[in-house]
Design a protein around this ligand. Structure first.
Ligand code: PLP
Length: 418
């Protein structure tokens, strides 16, 4: 099997930039985007739930035998959840609060994949009808001692992934020996282990790593089935699918082509699940922010924006991803005098010196009030934002689907809308 290398080269980067610029230009010229900007001012996030639908369809077409459960943590917005519910997608929750957002969604479409849960949360999720959970240790196994017999537990495996933006194996998951012991303990206690799950690490542009984790997990399942009186029925391949922020990544279809031959032959016997978050929503939101101040400092020009690391750009801080940042003049494709371009520092609005969004941004000269735009701001942005300095969380205006220009409604259950 040939495994495509990660597609990082200068040409790919400049065509990615041009693609993002053109998409952003089309968005900003729409009446609904202009209306949202007029209504909210900046900062504001424009959410297009149609992009979420099309990403779901892409995933379903690339891996048709996989049941997708959207990882609600990436963007818990009611219009995202509604769009995915209508598409037939399942949901992956990590907390009772996320579960509450899914009121009205059939419980068989929901899995709970946080390996560590309060006993009260397990009880509430069971009471609500959730039947698939993830564990990675004995203390957690014991929380399911008196669970109904149709509950299936998945054991989370850890695969190291230092190249991922977030290597989740440093916090959760077990190796094969520990996994085998957990299966034995579960058998001894009469608790059903339905199979295994893993997460290769978030924003991982490495198809070979996805393939290796899949192969190793399938081999472990085969080995345990031949050594113990068990038969597994589920494999959950997690999330991690990469998104092109400022650099091109392996397209989803190419990544899928690498893992599909490993998984498809097993799909007649195994239920294969995935829990993508980022790839489903990243491209669905665009941030509009503006310059509130500027200063010449020892290291050059500084622009201070009305959104920053403690707000929607929290992805820069928590994940080390680097969204593109366009000046409005660049987006409109207006002739920008190269001589007026300069390297500048872009800082957020809070009084903390950590709040710097980009240190070497090449931008045309900007003035107070000028608009800046970042595409691909849907995943892990507002959900990890803070209220530091008393600032409000950046509002979200919905620009397709229902056509509402509402504000953040993440706390609203989705039930009434589906
Ligand atoms: C258990 C679990 N599932 C799914 C996801 C979603 O991963 P991604 O957004 O990388 O697709 C995460 C992200 O942290 C996770 O922890």
């Amino acid at each position: 099997m040939t495994i495509p290398p990660a597609a990082h080269d200068a040409r790919a980067e400049s065509s990615l930039r041009e693609l993002r610029r053109a998409e952003t230009a089309a968005l900003l010229s729409s009446d609904i985007a202009k209306a949202a900007l007029a209504l909210h001012g900046t900062p504001v996030l424009l959410l297009d739930p149609e992009r979420v639908r099309s990403q779901y369809r892409r995933l379903a077409a690339a891996l048709p035998f996989v049941r997708f459960h959207y990882a609600v943590k990436a963007l818990a917005h009611v219009d995202v959840l509604s769009a995915l519910a209508e598409e037939g997608c399942g949901f992956d929750v990590a907390t009772g609060e996320e579960l509450e957002l899914l009121a009205g969604i059939g419980r068989e479409r929901i899995i709970h994949t946080h390996p560590i849960k309060k006993a009260s949360e397990v009880a509430e999720a069971l009471e609500a009808g959730v039947r698939t959970f993830v564990i990675d240790n004995e203390v957690e196994l014991d929380k399911f001692r008196s669970a109904p017999s149709d509950v299936r537990l998945l054991i989370r495996l850890a695969y190291r992934s230092p190249q991922a933006k977030s290597d989740l194996s440093t916090k959760f998951g077990v190796g094969p020996f520990e996994a085998a012991r957990l299966v034995e303990r579960a058998l001894a206690r009469g608790i059903r282990i339905g199979g295994f799950s893993f997460h290769v690490g978030s924003q991982l542009d490495d198809p070979a790593r996805f393939a290796a984790a899949t192969t190793e997990t399938l081999a472990l399942m085969d080995q345990l089935e031949s050594a113990l009186p068990v038969r597994f029925e589920t494999l959950d391949i997690g999330g991690g699918f990469p998104v092109a922020y400022d650099t091109a990544v392996t397209p989803l279809e190419e990544l899928a082509a690498v893992i599909r031959p490993l998984l498809e032959p097993r799909a007649d016997r195994l239920t294969i699940l995935a829990e993508p978050g980022r790839i489903m929503v990243a491209e669905s939101m665009t941030l509009l922010t503006s310059v509130v101040g500027l200063a010449e400092r020892g290291d050059g020009r500084w622009y201070y924006l009305d959104d920053g690391l403690y707000g929607a750009y929290s992805n820069v801080l928590t994940e080390d991803v680097h969204p593109l940042i366009f000046a409005e003049r660049e987006i409109e494709g207006l002739e920008v005098d190269a001589a007026t371009h300069r390297w500048a520092t872009l800082a957020g609005p809070t009084c903390d010196s950590t709040d710097v969004i980009a240190r070497e941004a090449l931008l045309p000269d900007l003035a107070v009030g000028d608009l800046l735009v970042s595409p691909v701001m849907g995943a892990y942005t507002v959900v990890t934002a803070t209220r530091f300095n008393g600032r409000s969380v950046t509002p979200i205006a919905v620009i397709s689907g229902g056509g509402r220009t509402g504000e953040l409604v993440a706390a609203q259950p989705v039930g009434a809308l589906v």
